[in-house]
Design a protein. Structure first.
Length: 135
């Protein structure tokens, strides 16, 4: 026997208001299943990979003999705080966009593409430090 869903006697605006609340509470209760969960997990992977990229870039610059290929990062490389702020702002902006569109296939595809790119970049960094003279 199929049961009918329960219907609340509260007026509609009161029910809608009860689902609302502070933004932080709504963000904590993101239902992360299926595509949404994968996108959130991929965004976390991207954040970690970008932090490693930033650390390896700063370390390579300190060692010397390193040429940055990113034109914006190249301008900011001598100003550590500026480079760190730029990288964190770029990663935060991309993360917000990916999470906002986490239910769309294109957001998931873009996350996978960026993850593959940064994994490849991590391999390049590993090879760079492996073949660095004196290591």
């Amino acid at each position: 026997m199929v049961q009918a869903p329960s219907i609340s006697n509260e007026p509609l605006p009161a029910r809608a208001a009860s689902r609302r609340g502070p933004l932080w509470r709504r963000l904590i209760h993101i239902r992360a299943t299926g595509r949404s969960g994968r996108v959130i997990a991929l965004v976390l992977v991207l954040v970690v990979l970008n932090l490693f990229d930033l650390a390896f870039t700063l370390l390579a610059h300190d060692i010397g003999g390193f040429e940055e290929r990113n034109p914006i990062a190249r301008l900011l490389l001598d100003h550590r705080v500026g480079l760190i702020a730029f990288k964190l702002a770029a990663v935060a902006s991309a993360s917000i966009i990916f999470i906002a569109f986490r239910r769309h296939w294109l957001a998931e595809a873009a996350c996978w593409g960026f993850c593959l790119f940064y994994i490849g970049l991590s391999v390049i960094w590993r090879l760079y430090y492996y073949y660095l003279p004196g290591s």
